[in-house]
Ligand binder design. Structure first.
Ligand code: AMP
Length: 193
């Protein structure tokens, strides 16, 4: 099963991707996690991405597509995967189509979590305070300034990705304002249908 989760930053993609990973036993492929790992490992891609990520901007398509393509090639992704945070631009969506076509693979569903912009800043602040409370390190881009940039990037560059998949008959939407459990069961119903 190959699923894409779409939605604004803070919409709950990561939380729901983890649920799907447990239920269907397929890996969660988070482009944000991959990029943070590249930053941590100080790879050339990580070094050039860091400043952009800290400010909340989008990392260039070629960099992200390269990292995700390599991850999709890994043996554990053969039986399926949940893409979280990718694609974020129409060019990335087109690159993914090419990549999958070359492997004779197809997407099963693209699920968009719909959340009010007003609720998102509160969710990000909650994520930061929960991380602090559990002794973790708050992400450099989980602050109001970077969040504004991330939200604008989402509306300008990622919203057209929904339209891209809608035109291909793959887009399904879920009310992301509901509880985590309710969102999870709505997603499962769409997938199992
Ligand atoms: P996320 O963990 O998905 O919120 O991503 C954190 C940051 O990583 C984003 O604000 C971007 O700077 C970068 N990023 C993650 N995924 C992508 C992507 N598909 N395209 C471009 N930049 C990305």
């Amino acid at each position: 099963m190959r699923v894409i989760l779409l939605g604004a930053p803070g919409a709950g993609k990561g939380t729901q991707a983890l649920r799907l990973k447990e239920k269907y036993q397929i890996p969660q492929l988070s482009s944000g996690d991959m990029l943070r790992a590249a930053v941590e490992a100080r790879t050339p891609a990580g070094i050039s991405a860091k400043a952009i990520m800290d400010k909340g901007g989008l990392v260039p398509d070629e960099t992200v597509v390269g990292i995700v393509a390599e991850r999709i090639e890994a043996p554990d992704a053969e039986a399926g995967f949940i893409l979280d945070g990718f694609p974020r631009t129409v060019r990335q969506a087109q690159a993914l189509d090419k990549l999958l076509a070359a492997k004779n693979m197809a997407l099963d569903s693209v699920i968009e979590l719909e959340v009010d912009d007003a609720a998102l800043l509160g969710r990000i602040a909650k994520r930061a305070s929960e991380t602090l409370a559990s002794g973790g390190t708050v992400r450099a881009d989980d602050n109001p300034e970077a969040f504004e940039v991330r939200l604008s990037a989402y509306h300008a560059q990622t919203a057209p990705v929904s339209e891209y998949y809608r035109q291909r008959g793959l887009l399904k939407t879920v009310d992301g304002m509901a509880s985590v459990d309710d969102v999870a069961s709505a997603i499962e119903q769409l997938i199992d249908r």
